[in-house]
Design a protein. Structure first.
Length: 158
């Protein structure tokens, strides 16, 4: 028969043993020292003064309204300049025109020399993009409908 050696280590804890309190170490008294006031860490972004911030906001507002006005003008113009084109090509030509005008506003915005922090670099492109698209489409549809409303016989007298 094989002989078994007696274990000399402590037995592994049972699940019931975890419920028992474990002896806690006594806290070590640390002498009181001067309390240091935490200093704010300097950010990697340059600090923007109030004057520069208001200048940036004015330029972004100018860009917003420029895109709104150009959307209305481009939507109206696209009704007339693509009159010769028929069918699906007219739609794609108008949408292409909308995209070209929008990229023109991006170039103008870059020429405005806006001092934007690196986190706001996308604002040059994203400022008023939704308003631009929807106003372009709205004015394009409304002007097209008004121009061609007399030529379609719908049975409704206007």
């Amino acid at each position: 028969m094989a002989k078994f050696k007696k274990k000399k280590s402590k037995p592994t804890p049972e699940p019931e043993d975890s419920k028992k309190e474990t002896p806690q170490e006594e806290p070590v008294d640390i002498p009181e020292t001067e309390k240091s006031v935490p200093t704010p860490e300097p950010s990697k972004e340059p600090q923007i003064s109030e004057a520069e911030k208001s200048e940036k906001d004015k330029k972004l507002s100018k860009l917003f309204w420029m895109r709104i006005v150009l959307a209305v003008i481009a939507g109206t113009v696209s009704t007339f300049i693509f009159e010769d084109i028929e069918g699906e090509e007219r739609r794609w030509a108008s949408i292409g025109f909308m995209i070209i005008v929008f990229f023109g506003t991006v170039i103008v915005a870059k020429g405005m020399k806006m001092q934007l922090p690196s986190a706001d670099r996308k604002k040059i492109v994203t400022q008023a993009i939704g308003s631009y698209v929807f106003l372009f489409l709205f004015t394009w549809i409304v002007t097209y409908t008004l121009v061609h409303s007399g030529s379609v016989s719908s049975g409704i007298n206007i």
